[in-house]
Ligand binder design. Structure first.
Ligand SMILES: Nc1ncnc2c1ncn2[C@@H]1O[C@H](COP(=O)(O)OP(=O)(O)OP(=O)(O)O)[C@@H](O)[C@H]1O
Ligand SMILES: [Mg+2]
Length: 244
């Protein structure tokens, strides 16, 4: 198996609480992995290990075979896009400057080309280039989330980490965002790790789905396989199936 990301027997502690408890996960290159579980089960913690925002207390994390603990974190993060629920757009910058922020800083985009490249990314997420000169405060929630995706993709990352990125929008907008993201993933062939606590979203988007509970990986498989063979009563309940 082609493991692009490997989380190997990781424990993360906050005082006596184990946010992750001997947690293990291998993620394949090019796959769309969804992570599902209740609030507080450790989803965000798992995600933040991958781009080195958090270091394990025990165990190791490898990205492309390299231990994150000894990696150049700036380089690592440049290859990993990160999109979060409240988007975190810079309010005083236009949409164009938000999207172009990282690639301009790192010299990937020249000043003269940044408008066109930002526009191309916006269009990929289903937004019109006429929004380029707006400020985040002048956008709807769904538009902001699309800009957030465009920004996360701007540095052409090989890996995209998404933490409940579609949480704050209505159902119809959410479906539009899901479709846009699936299209993008096919087009760009990126590896996506997507955290959600919406089971239908996890099943729809994931090539594979990881079910977590209390800091542990409970079941990892294709959504259809998990639906057919839930590993425990907890997984059945999460799927909305009746217990035996
Ligand atoms: N900085 C911190 N200090 C202390 N405890 C923390 C800290 N960050 C997270 N935790 C705890 O670790 C556990 C896992 O947190 P995490 O953010 O990974 O959960 P989550 O699955 O992402 O939840 P949610 O669905 O609500 O976002 C929780 O019990 C949380 O309270
Ligand atoms: Mg979280």
């Amino acid at each position: 198996m082609d493991a692009l990301i490997k989380i190997d027997h990781v424990t993360v502690r906050y005082g006596t609480l184990k946010a992750l408890d001997d947690f293990q996960l291998m993620i394949r290159k090019g796959e769309f992995l969804t992570i599902i579980g209740r609030s507080g089960c450790g989803k965000t913690t798992a995600l933040r290990l991958i781009n080195g925002l958090l270091m394990p207390d025990e165990g190791s994390v490898y990205v492309r075979g390299q231990n994150v603990a000894s990696a150049d974190l700036i380089r690592l993060r440049r290859s990993i896009g990160y999109a979060i629920q409240d988007v975190g757009l810079f309010p005083h910058m236009t949409v164009r400057d938000n999207v172009a922020y990282v690639p301009s800083l790192s010299g990937m985009w020249k000043k003269t080309e940044s408008a066109d490249r930002a526009a191309a990314l916006l269009e990929m997420t289903g937004l019109d280039r006429s929004l380029l000169s707006r400020y985040p405060g002048e956008l709807s929630g769904g538009q902001k989330q699309r800009v957030g995706i465009a920004r996360a993709l701007a540095a052409a990352p090989e890996i995209l980490l998404m933490d409940e990125p579609f949480g704050a929008v209505d159902e119809i907008t959410r479906r539009g965002l899901q479709t846009a993201l699936l299209d993008l993933q096919k087009k760009l062939n990126i590896t996506i790790v997507f955290v959600t606590h919406d089971i239908s979203e996890a099943m729809l988007l994931g090539d594979r789905m990881l079910v977590m509970d209390a800091g542990k990986a409970i079941q990892l498989d294709e959504p259809e396989q998990i639906r057919k063979n839930p590993a425990s009563p907890f997984v059945r309940e999460l799927l909305g199936l009746k217990a035996d």
